[in-house]
Design a protein. Structure first.
Length: 289
C-alpha cells in the first residue's frame, strides 16, 4: 500500500492549533518561495563536488524527509561544459521553478495560504500548498479535515470529497497506521503524517482551469519506543485539477500515484525519539511565490 493509499486518498479525491508562526499544521512553520533563480547559495544548496568518475550522491535528510539527488560528471581537464559564447543555451524540458518577482501571497484561509496569482505559477503554488494540507496529520481528525476541505476544495466538489474521505478514514484504517479506533494517538507516541513537495509542473491550462502535478515525499507512522508502526517515508506524485473561483484557485479533482522514487541512501535511521523531536521541533513550509 502506498503512503497516499494509507492516508486514504490514493486514487480517490481528497485532501494544528495555530500559533504566531503557523501557516499549516500548527507547528512553527516557515514561509518559503518555491525554488527559483540559478544562484546555488540562495536556497542553502551546495554544489556537488567532482571526483575521478561519475558519482551520484544521494543525501536523505531524514528529519525533513526531503531527498535531493546531486549528480556531477568529473572534469576531463578541458573547458567546462556549457553553451558557446554568444549563443543561447538549448531549451530545457523542465527547469527550476522561478520566482515571479512579485510578493508572496499574504492571505490565509484558516491555517492554509490563500490569494494565489491567477496564472500558471499561482496554480502550482496552490497545488503545492494543498498537497501539504491533504497529507497532514490534521486529515485524521474529522473536524479538522472538514475545515481543510472547505478551505481548498471547490464548493461543487466538497460534498464528494467529504463523503469519500469519511469512508476512507475508518476505524480499520486508523488501526492500520497505529492510531486508536477513533483516530486519536495512543499515549506515549507521536503520530506523524507530513507531505513535502519536491517540484511542480502544469500539464494543462486555460484561463480559469489548470491541471498541476506535484512530486512529493512524505512521512507517516507512530514515533515512540515500542511502536509497531514506525515512521516510514515514501515518494508519490499528486495530480490536481484546479479551478479559479472567487479570486483564488480551488481543487476540483485529486489523484495520486507512486514515485518517482530515488535510490535510498545509506544514512543511519534515527531513533523514534529523534524523529518525534524533529517533527515537533521543525515546522513545515508553505509554498508561495
Amino acid at each position: 500500500m502506498s503512503q497516499g493509499d494509507e492516508r486514504g486518498y490514493g486514487s480517490d479525491p481528497g485532501g494544528r492549533t495555530e500559533d504566531a508562526y503557523s501557516t499549516l499544521g500548527g507547528t512553527r512553520q516557515t514561509r518559503t518561495r518555491l525554488p527559483g533563480g540559478d544562484e546555488g547559495d540562495g536556497y542553502g544548496r551546495r554544489p556537488a563536488r567532482n571526483s575521478r568518475s561519475l558519482i551520484m550522491v544521494v543525501g536523505v535528510v531524514v528529519l525533513l524527509v526531503a531527498a535531493i539527488a546531486f549528480a556531477n560528471r568529473s572534469g576531463s581537464g578541458g573547458e567546462a561544459e556549457g553553451p558557446a559564447a554568444g549563443k543561447e543555451p538549448p531549451a530545457a524540458g523542465a527547469g527550476p521553478t522561478a520566482a515571479t518577482g512579485t510578493k508572496p501571497v499574504q492571505g490565509r484561509n484558516g491555517t492554509i495560504a490563500s490569494g494565489f496569482a491567477h496564472d500558471e505559477q499561482g496554480a502550482q503554488s496552490a497545488a503545492a500548498n494543498y498537497a501539504v494540507a491533504l497529507g497532514s496529520a490534521e486529515m485524521f481528525d474529522k473536524r479538522k479535515r472538514d475545515v481543510i476541505l472547505d478551505a481548498i476544495i471547490a464548493p461543487s466538489s466538497v460534498a464528494r470529497f467529504r463523503t469519500t474521505l469519511d469512508t476512507a478514514y475508518s476505524a480499520g484504517f486508523f488501526a492500520n497506521v497505529g492510531l486508536n479506533e477513533n483516530g486519536t494517538t495512543p499515549d506515549g507516541f507521536t503520530f506523524i503524517s507530513r507531505t513535502t513537495p519536491v517540484g511542480t509542473k502544469v500539464t494543462k491550462t486555460s484561463n480559469d482551469r489548470a491541471s498541476v502535478e506535484v512530486w512529493c515525499t512524505g512521512l507517516i507512522g507512530l514515533a515512540g519506543e515500542g511502536s509497531t508502526k514506525p515512521v516510514t517515508d515514501g515518494w508519490f506524485t499528486i495530480s490536481m485539477e484546479l479551478e479559479w473561483i472567487n479570486g483564488d484557485w480551488k481543487a476540483v479533482t485529486h489523484s495520486q500515484k507512486d514515485g518517482p522514487a530515488p535510490v535510498g541512501g545509506d544514512t543511519r535511521a534515527s531513533s523514534a525519539d529523534e524523529i518525534a523531536d524533529a517533527v515537533n521541533g521543525f515546522g513545515g513550509f508553505t509554498y508561495a511565490r
